[in-house]
Write a protein that binds this ligand. Structure first.
Ligand SMILES: [Zn+2]
Length: 331
């Protein structure tokens, strides 16, 4: 039995038909975790959908109304890049409920994994990039509303920048120059860039491929703009660097790790060059950072578009394995 909970529902499946987003991945991960013995049936908790009240902690009343009444404009539906249906609305409300449950259990068990969620391209007033509702932001705002946490840090390792996260938590940030102590590795002729800004009550970190969606990247507290085709060692050095810099500036009550599988070298929508093993080392690095500081961490899955769906499933399953290895140790 795992020393933490996995949040999952068969209804995480997104009814979007034939799509580059492998909507079946959640069911496959659930199955893989059981088949490999990484998890047992009673390690899983079934979430309830978030309430509209929870969703409204992040999203605007007019956007929520449009989703509830099916009155998005054609342009808004196009921007979301997934076909609207009431069933899809239910799946996103459920993912948000799952992230709330994961955040709650992270506070008691030090870590919890939502086998879904991570819809970091959703904005308060619109959805985009396959994301309708920002489940992670909803979970953070709900935990703050319940006085369970005061501050949070998002660590977004999806290959695409967390533009929704950055916009939602823009708060009182004031842009600053990169810290003089920041000196990361370089790749080829052009180094990756680390941009840094002061945070409000939620400190946002995004490590992403610069030359990729979204074209407009609103500033996170720390953005690491990675060049194309960066490999395991350079990526991990940049991540380590960003985490060290972040924890020098900010002590969160909760970490929200967005563990996208799409920095993988075989990803159809990514242009980085990480191996499956490198992605597991990435997860270990993030978990070790949380564990060493005794900060609760909740995990969501975000993107993953490997040519072979089983690779995406392996990468996401390895995230649970990495948590098991790090958090099995006595703190
Ligand atoms: Zn992505």
């Amino acid at each position: 039995m795992l020393p933490f909970k996995l949040i999952y529902s068969d209804d995480y499946y997104l009814p979007i038909g034939s799509h580059v987003f492998p909507a079946e991945k959640y069911r496959c991960i659930h199955q893989r975790l059981l088949e490999t013995g990484i998890a047992e049936p009673h390690d899983f908790l079934e979430p309830q959908p978030a309430s509209d009240q929870d969703i409204l902690l992040v999203h605007t009343p007019s956007y929520v109304h449009k989703l509830r009444t099916g009155t998005l404009s054609a342009r808004e539906e196009l921007e979301m890049e997934v076909p609207f249906s009431p069933e899809l609305v239910r799946a996103f409300w459920l993912a948000a409920g799952g992230s709330i449950l994961a955040a709650q259990h992270a506070l008691t068990d030090r870590v919890a994994v939502n086998i879904g969620g991570g819809f970091h391209h959703a904005f308060p007033d619109h959805g985009e990039g396959f994301c309708m509702i920002h489940d992670v932001a909803v979970a953070i705002r709900r935990m703050q509303r319940d006085d369970k946490i005061r501050t949070a840090m998002t660590i977004d390792c999806d290959v695409h920048q967390g533009n929704g996260t950055a916009a939602i938590f823009a708060g009182t940030r004031v842009p600053t120059d990169p810290l003089p102590s920041v000196a990361g590795p370089t790749h080829g002729a052009r180094p990756a860039r680390l941009r840094n800004a002061h945070a409000g009550d939620v400190f946002t970190i995004s490590l992403h491929q610069e030359n990729n969606y979204p074209a407009w990247k609103p500033p996170s507290s720390i953005d690491v703009d990675l060049p194309d085709a960066i490999g395991d060692d350079d990526y991990l050095a940049w991540l380590d660097n960003a985490l060290s810099s972040a924890f020098r500036q900010f002590e969160p009550d909760l970490i929200c790790y967005v563990a996208g599988a799409d920095p993988y070298r075989e990803d159809q929508l990514g242009g980085l060059n990480l191996s499956i093993e490198g992605l597991k080392r990435r997860d270990e690095l993030v978990f070790r950072a949380a564990h060493a500081r005794d900060i609760p961490i909740m995990v969501t899955y975000a993107g993953g578009y490997a040519r072979k769906v089983e690779d995406t499933v392996t990468i996401h399953s390895n995230t649970v394995l990495a948590a098991k290895e790090i958090f099995a140790k006595k703190s």
